[in-house]
Design a protein around this ligand. Structure first.
Ligand code: NAI
Ligand code: MG
Length: 499
């Protein structure tokens, strides 16, 4: 581990009376990887075939839980992107845009069913390449991936009903750039609605988690999708920029950091390219004194510690009404002590590995910033594996609204805790960041849910729950959290021109 792990803070002793070591002991329950095949190297998927990158360059992908290199991906450069866009244009013109919606729907249903058949394989690969617990990839990510393909398959032959009185037409070739926190799910959010509406795509997965996208390319071949409808190109930021700047792309769909989102907006300004941007977040969870506290604590744990806090809509700020703050913190600490942090492929694991060395350093940097700003730091006292990129679930208390740890996206298992007295104060604090992606409220009173829900400037507000997703509901941000919506009917609208 890099020296940054040993920051100067020491876990404080919890106010707890439980002896956790004697409460939970699970035997290891590792998922078998015996039937999963990972090639030594993956090529680019262009025009229905796997092709070598023009410059012959490859880069490694590691398993962040072990730091072992598991495979290598091809680096796509300008010429490769050009080939991919040409293939997508040809497929758009000659075939896909003129197929009946019913036929496009059949292909999407086929993809959805094949994803379900191979769900376990995809889940294992997702956990190996990205570090998320198998329980998450198996029970959340991959089922939602299939659900998105099923959902948009259903729309493919009903587009005129989706937009009554208008004639929907596909946009053309879509360039899609996705991040590493939900690799295959972000691919599904992008590819399923695009294809349903008759567009073709050039998609770039994140450089640390491209494996499931390339396995998906194999599945696309097996499904017999016409060549060039889906093209998958791998590489880092430069490859993404080549897609953004390609002249024959009609739309850019991006999910990732606000910094890169702004760069993309600058690059395409004045070009007429359409775009949707899903960017960062700093979600606030507001807990009122009348809330069911145990249920709220479980929701908070889910909102920030599962998936290592690598969630753009994560609830990374907790706002607790003053009268119950001690109780909430004590219960949170008790629950944090029960979280199992470790091997992502173990079915008991709650918190897996931080996705990459770079992200590991970012989160540790923020922990140090928190200390420097005077926060009190509480971390679970669990053992963590020595070898990979792991960070203990962390609470930062004694923080101020102006602190960087309260304002900036940390994207790790780190929760800040503040207090409030009135609903208006909670709303003001919740809205006081550059972001506006998601928020949550816990209370027994419907009236408070409506008041807070209406007051929060964020794309999603969950009530008495958190991080619930469904293909039918739109998702997206206010302010610097992005432009446009994905999911549901709104997600369909982002992939059509209406006449
Ligand atoms: P990033 O925004 O650099 O990466 C996201 C995707 O954009 C990747 O596929 C990357 O290769 C690509 N990309 C990078 N530079 C590009 C450029 N100039 N033009 C086109 N594409 C480009 O995010 P990164 O560096 O991996 O993470 C940094 C921070 O971003 C995280 O700490 C987190 O705060 C935030 N983030 C937010 C996500 C979200 O879901 N909203 C997802 C991932 C990261
Ligand atoms: Mg990896």
């Amino acid at each position: 581990m890099s020296e940054t792990t040993e920051t100067t803070y020491k876990p404080t002793s919890p106010n707890s009376k439980l002896d956790f070591a004697s409460v939970w002991e699970y035997d290891p329950a590792p998922e078998s990887t015996a039937n999963v095949k990972v090639k030594e190297r993956y090529e680019l998927f262009i025009d229905g075939k796997f092709v070598k990158p023009s410059k012959g360059r490859y880069f490694p992908s590691t398993n962040p839980a072990t730091k072992e290199v598991i495979t290598e991906f091809a680096e796509a450069t300008q010429n490769d992107i050009d080939q991919a866009v040409k293939a997508a244009r040809k497929a758009f013109k000659n075939e896909w845009s003129s197929l009946s919606g019913k036929t496009r729907g059949k292909y999407l249903y086929r993809i959805a069913r094949m994803l379900q058949e191979r769900a376990r394989e995809f889940a294992i690969l997702e956990s190996m390449d990205g570090g998320k617990p198998i329980r998450e990839s198996r029970d959340v990510d991959i089922p939602l991936v299939a659900a998105h393909f099923f959902y948009y398959a259903g729309w493919a032959d009903k587009l005129e009903y989706a937009f009554p009185g208008k004639t929907p037409e596909p946009i053309g070739v879509c360039g899609q750039i996705i991040p590493w926190n939900f690799p295959l799910l972000m691919l599904a959010w992008k590819i399923a609605p695009a294809l349903a509406c008759g567009n073709t795509v050039v998609l770039k997965p994140a450089e640390t988690t491209s494996l499931t996208a390339l396995k998906f390319a194999e599945l696309v071949q097996d499904a017999g999708l016409p060549s060039g409808v889906v093209n998958i190109v791998t590489g880092a930021g430069q490859t993404g920029a080549e897609i953004v700047n390609h002249k024959d792309i009609d739309k850019i769909a991006f999910t990732g950091s606000t910094g890169v989102g702004k760069l993309i907006q600058k690059s395409i300004a004045g070009t007429g390219k359409k775009f949707t941007l899903e960017l960062g977040g700093k979600g606030a969870m507001i807990i009122f004194e009348d809330a069911p506290v145990d249920q709220a604590v479980e929701g908070i744990i889910n909102a920030i510690f599962f998936n290592q806090g690598h969630v753009c809509c994560a609830g990374s700020r907790l706002l607790v009404q003053e009268g119950i703050v001690d109780q909430v913190i004590r219960k949170l600490q008790d629950r944090m002590e029960m979280l199992i942090v470790g091997d992502p492929l173990d079915k008991n694991t709650d918190v897996g590995a931080i996705n990459s060395e770079a992200q590991f350093e970012t989160v540790n940097k923020y922990l140090q910033i928190g200390l420097d700003e005077g926060a009190d730091v509480y971390q679970s006292k669990c053992e963590i594996p020595e070898n990979g990129y792991f960070i203990r679930p962390t609470l930062l208390t004694n923080v101020a609204q102006s602190n960087r740890v309260v304002q900036e996206e940390i994207f790790g298992p780190v929760l800040t805790v503040q207090t409030f007295r009135t609903a208006d104060e909670a709303i003001t604090k919740a809205n006081n960041t550059q972001y506006g992606l998601a928020g949550g409220v816990w209370t027994d009173k419907g009236s408070k849910i409506f008041k807070v829900g209406a007051g929060l400037r964020s794309g999603v507000v969950w009530a008495n729950t958190y991080n619930k997703f469904d293909p039918t509901s739109p998702f997206g941000g206010y302010k610097e959290s992005g432009v446009g919506r994905e999911g549901g009917l709104h997600g369909l609208a982002a992939y059509v021109n209406l006449r």
